[in-house]
Design a protein around this ligand. Sequence first.
Ligand code: NAI
Length: 451
Amino acid sequence: MSDRYLAFANSAAGRRLLRTLGLPTPVRLERWLPGRSRTLDGALLLGGDGALLESLPGFAHKLSGELYADRPERFGLPCWRRTDDARLKALVFDASGLSRFEQLGELRTFFQPELKHLAPCPRLLVLGRAPESLDDPQAASVQRALEGFTRSLGKEVRRGGCVQLLYVGEGAEPRLEGALRFFLSPKSAYVSGQVLRLAPCAAQVKDWTRPLAGKTALVTGASRGIGAAIAETLARDGAEVVLLDVPAAADALAALAARFGGSALTLDICSEDAPARLVEALPEGIDILVHNAGITRDKTLAKMNEAQWEAVIEVNLQAPHLLTQALLQAGKLREQGRVVLIASISGIAGNPGQSNYATSKAGLIGLAQAWAPTLAGRGISINAVAPGFIETRMTAAMPLALREAGRRMNALGQGGLPQDVAETVAWLAQPGSGAVSGQVLRVCGQSLLGA
Ligand code: NAI
């Protein structure tokens, strides 16, 4: 559904009027277009004092054609000096070396001079060490403090900018390339204010133009909306995709499968024989499992009947659990497999009228957290992706006032697109993304709802 406010804010007259009235002027976000290969169109500045920075120059030239360092004679890179017509597109600050409170000011010193002069849709990234990995209380506190800084900067940065914090574990440095290729590119257009932990992971992408080549993926609820976008994006990245949806969606499913060169599987994931049928339909097994199928039956708890409660728990939570379990037991989820559960920010923040839905989505987050340690032994990762307001049929059907509130109540002032969720899933599905497991990644434009 078209966002008329966004279109108006991006017209010359609209921008003038909204600024005069002091109203927000969301910008059109840059997104990854077919045929693009470079992560960044613009200058990338590397700075900070930690050991993590050392690992960046080895691959950073593949991300941007214009690389700068924050001081002279560093990594053989030119030192950044802002001129009137030169703007930074991305900044990466290694804060992993900060261990004293008085050093926190280095964050301000690094970012502040550039904030009013950034290129459109800039990407800002802070690197640190997970506080729980540090023995010294002050050092742990300083690293934890990075979260507050990152999330605040995400809410301040203008012109479609996104800010993230990555805590990089010892030995996980080689996985930074995959993470930066996602977080510094328009693939993460609607991801901001996020904090992720990277752990060592043996697998790596071999060909960055087709990072999922040789992999087979199953996507549930793939006949439309976010599921169709996920299937398309996984296929773009080289995966062979099996698209699953209810029998009633057979025609749409077959058409999409033909378009992406994948195969269609009609199955109600809640039917009693669904686990057995799924195992039978995947004789060769799969590498990537995306539980996207989901429903809403919104009512306040006072008015919700048993059927509304049960249907949502069954489709959104119980079925993903039973199907994953069946695939694992039958050995159909291969070593280095990637499981992604599509949750929702409702499952994090709660939402009136959605106690059933929020329960199911919070349960999915619980599944990712509970399963991650067990699956790690086989190199399998499992994560939840929590979309915020995404422009789909589901949100188009919302009452106008709620829809407008959902669109604007985030740092980017607009709804996301199915593609934004799909790009995030595609990144988590990559071999090197085994570095992330048992975590939740929100695709919500840094929604003001929830943490
Ligand atoms: P949608 O309603 O357009 O698509 C859901 C798909 O799941 C449909 O194709 C449907 O046929 C399929 N499905 C439902 N029950 C099924 C069953 N028993 N067996 C097999 N397939 C079944 O929804 P949309 O908007 O694309 O959402 C996709 C996922 O993203 C859902 O899990 C939803 O909860 C989640 N989500 C969506 C948000 C949004 O803003 N649209 C926000 C947060 C989460």
